[in-house]
Structure formats: structure tokens, C-alpha cells
Design a protein. Structure first.
Length: 452
């Protein structure tokens, strides 16, 4: 039986109660601790950091980060780990422990924002941390100078064939999560250029060995995928007017580089190598594995690898079947992968990859003779200093899949205990028409889409 933590509904439920007692939401964080680690004094709904019953390291670090006060997240919460809801098939929703949900207040918004990127990486007792909010979803707009080009994240309708709000509502989801360095996304591809200034932060890209770290022109495709997932955010000043953001800018990437690349007569060897890399990423504990590729033929070794990963706690996100790559590709392994079809900047399905019965979700992928209608991302380059050659416009389900992988990382950040089936459900809305399975990051976080 599969198990899904009901994070979406309970987060919305918790926010409703938190809002009623919040003092200054713009200076507050929502911290979800692991069960039985942090307690508020009995009978109190608020207290100081010193009054908490918690490990000394927790109180010390909160104080060092400038935390002023603590509020109970949910009034008189109760928790029974046996409480579940059965949904379709044998999937079961289980409720998170909201007795361990608290509001932490800071003296300023800047202190709150600084603490946001620190708490979940330095405190093992923290399950998730995100900004507190008021009713309705606000937006978090990064200061990367070329963010305006990234219509899949924020479609303003101002250019080319763009249609306002035909995007994944990412700026609203960012109010709750930017992922964190503990979340590693496996990128099964041809390598990643970790010298790119959007990807060269300490520990941003990891490799199995030096061979996998070798940067060659073949790393072009993998570098483009990597930028969509996790390009650094708010670092535009380094590039003198350049700079974009990844979907999950604080996530870590693991370059699962294939050793075998070649023509059609080597497809079987390539499939075996790809399967080996998928298993390797899963064994590392990567909760999300991006596979922006496919084969025109069925290979049992690939299906076995995807099933292995799924049962091992990893969700493979794959580029859906296209006119360029027809046949039984990875997206036909319906029960073990999340398959992505493409959308244009006006919200219409791309002609090269029409959604079909094996499609899990549709995501922006771009299609047009106008570059502005394509997906803007990082490019393999050895140029220094940073310049326009560090970026490129691309189109195809290969570049819709990493958008979904990034959203999966945000969901994993909000609830590290969520299993592959829970991430899968969080990214899919299940409307009657498959072509309407449009990815919305905020919908994976809250139960209802709330337009500001």
C-alpha cells in the first residue's frame, strides 16, 4: 500500500489558524519540527525561545538567528499517527503531526529571510521551514535581471505569443519554498558544466567521479536541463545585467552522466547505461531523478530501473513522447514515472508532443519561431567573464521535464517524508481531459489555486 502525507490540505489548514494569531507575518517563519522534539509550555499559545522545551542546540541557533518569539501553529492540536484517508486504489493519505508546527517571529523581514535558508540545513529536528503568509498567496519575485524572460515561471503576457498567467504559478510557490541543499536531484544526462556561474556555488553540483565531472561540449544538454532545475537565484549582479533563476534554486544537483553515447546501433547499450545511472541516483537517495530523454524502442532494463527507483523512494521525471522520439519511451512506464508533455507560452499543448493516455502532467516546454516563446536557460560555455553566450533559448519536452523536477524538489522540501506517490499526486491535478493536466507549483502546496 502506498502512503502519502496530506501536506497540501494540512498546510492550508495550519495557515488558516496561524493567520489568526500571527503578529507580523512578513517577519515570521512556519517551522515544522519532527514529532516529540520541541514543545511549548502547557497552556500557552506563545512564549519566548528560552521557554521552549527543546534541545539546547535548537534554542541556541534560533536565538543566534535573531528569533524573538514563538507562537503555536495550530490551536489545541491533536495528532494520531493512525489517522488516514483512503483514496483511489490502495493509496492512503496520512496526516502530518501539526502539534510540532510553530510560528517563529523575528525583529525584521531581513532576519527572517536570512534564517529561511539556514534552519532546515543546520537543524536535524526541522522537517520544513517556510515563510508565514496572510490570506491569499503573495508573490516572491527574484531580482535576477533576466527573470522577465522566464515566462514558464511568471507569464506577464507582454511578449511574443505569451498569455498572462499561462505559467506554473511559481512565484507564489516560492513564498513557501526555494528547496534546500539537502535535496539532491539526480540529472541523468550527458554531464553538467559546474563552472557555469549559475551552477558553480559550493556543493551545487556533485559527481560520482572525475570522469563524470569532465566538462566537454557534450555536456550542453545536461547544462541546459540543470539551469532550469536549479540555477542560482538573486546573483545577477555578478553577471552585469545577466542572470536567471532555477525552479528550485537552493537544491543540489547530482550529475548522473552516461558513459555510453552513440548512434542507433548502440541504443541497447545506451539504455543499459541509462538504467544503471537511474539505479545509482536512487541508491544515493535522490528523491527526484530527471530523465530528459527517451528511446524509440522498449527496453526491459529501463522499466526495471524505473520501478526499482520508485520502490526505493525516488520518482523519475521524464520527457514525454514526441514526434521526434516516438514509440515506447520511458513515459510508457506509467506506474513508475511522471511523464511530462509540453505547453506553449499561450497554454496550448505543443504540436510535437500531444498529451496522451500515459501523460502525467503538462508543463511549459516552448514552441515557436520566436525565441521569446521558448525556455530560457543556462548554456555550456568556457567563456569568461559571464556574457550572453552563457544562456540559450530551448524548446521540447526535455526542457519541460526539469521544470516538473524542480517543483518536485519544492514539494520534497515542504515535507521530506513524502513518498514518490505523494510527489506524483502533488504535481497532477487529474482533470477529466488529459490536455488540461497543467502543472501549477502553488497547487502542489495548497489545496486550492488562489489567484491574487
Amino acid at each position: 500500500m502506498k502512503s502519502i502525507t496530506l501536506q497540501k490540505l494540512c498546510l492550508a489548514f495550519a495557515l488558516f489558524f496561524v493567520i489568526g494569531q500571527a503578529l507580523t507575518p512578513e517577519k515570521e517563519l512556519l517551522l515544522h519540527f519532527r514529532s516529540s522534539t520541541v514543545f511549548m509550555p502547557s497552556g500557552l499559545d506563545s512564549c519566548t525561545i528560552g521557554q521552549l522545551t527543546a534541545p539546547d542546540t535548537v534554542k541556541t541557533i534560533l536565538s543566534q538567528l535573531g528569533a524573538d518569539y514563538v507562537l503555536r501553529g495550530v490551536s489545541e492540536p491533536s495528532f494520531n499517527p493512525a489517522d488516514t484517508i483512503t483514496i483511489s486504489g490502495d493509496d492512503t493519505l496520512r496526516f502530518p503531526d501539526l502539534t510540532a508546527l510553530f510560528v517563529i517571529g523575528f525583529s525584521s523581514t531581513s532576519e527572517r529571510d536570512s534564517a529561511l535558508g539556514e534552519l532546515d540545513t543546520i537543524l536535524s529536528q526541522v522537517i520544513s521551514v517556510q515563510k508565514n503568509s496572510t490570506v491569499g498567496l503573495r508573490e516572491y519575485i527574484p531580482d535576477d535581471p533576466e527573470f522577465w524572460r522566464q515566462w514558464p515561471f511568471k507569464n506577464t503576457g507582454d511578449y511574443a505569443n505569451w498569455v498572462t498567467n499561462e505559467d506554473i504559478r511559481l512565484t507564489k510557490a516560492w513564498e513557501y519554498s526555494l528547496a534546500n541543499r539537502n535535496i539532491e536531484i539526480g540529472v541523468t544526462d550527458c554531464g553538467i558544466d559546474n563552472t557555469h556561474w549559475e551552477l558553480n556555488a559550493l556543493g551545487k553540483v556533485k559527481y560520482k567521479n572525475q570522469n563524470w565531472a569532465e566538462v566537454t561540449p557534450a555536456a550542453q544538454h545536461g547544462t541546459r536541463v540543470a539551469g532550469i532545475i536549479a540555477a542560482e537565484q538573486n546573483n545577477g549582479t555578478y553577471g552585469d545585467g545577466l542572470g536567471i533563476s532555477g525552479v528550485a534554486p537552493l537544491a543540489t544537483l547530482y550529475s548522473g552522466k552516461w558513459d555510453t553515447w552513440g548512434p542507433e546501433d548502440e541504443f541497447q547499450a545506451m539504455a543499459a547505461d541509462a538504467a544503471k545511472v537511474i539505479r545509482h541516483c536512487s541508491d544515493r537517495g535522490d528523491p527526484v531523478i530527471n530523465a530528459s530523454w527517451g528511446f524509440p524502442y522498449y527496453y526491459q532494463v529501463l522499466e526495471d530501473a524505473c520501478i526499482y527507483a520508485y520502490n526505493n523512494g525516488s520518482l523519475v521525471v521524464t520527457a514525454g513522447e514526441t514526434d521526434y522520439q516516438p514509440g515506447p519511451s520511458l513515459d510508457h512506464f506509467r506506474n513508475s514515472v511522471l511523464s511530462v508533455a509540453g505547453l506553449k507560452s499561450n497554454g496550448v499543448p505543443c504540436s510535437y508532443g500531444i498529451p496522451h493516455s500515459n501523460t502525467s502532467v503538462c508543463a511549459p516546454a516552448g514552441e515557436s519561431s520566436n525565441p521569446l516563446d521558448l525556455v530560457y536557460t543556462t548554456e555550456w560555455t568556457l567563456d569568461d567573464p559571464p556574457n550572453d553566450n552563457d544562456y540559450v533559448y530551448e524548446g521540447g519536452t526535455s526542457f519541460g521535464a526539469p521544470i516538473v523536477s524542480g517543483v518536485c524538489a519544492l514539494l520534497k522540501d515542504l515535507n521530506p517524508l513524502v513518498e514518490p506517490c505523494g510527489i506524483w499526486h502533488g504535481c497532477s491535478n487529474f482533470p477529466q481531459e488529459i490536455s488540461q493536466h497543467h502543472l501549477q507549483a502553488q497547487d502542489g502546496i495548497l489545496t486550492l489555486v488562489m489567484d491574487a
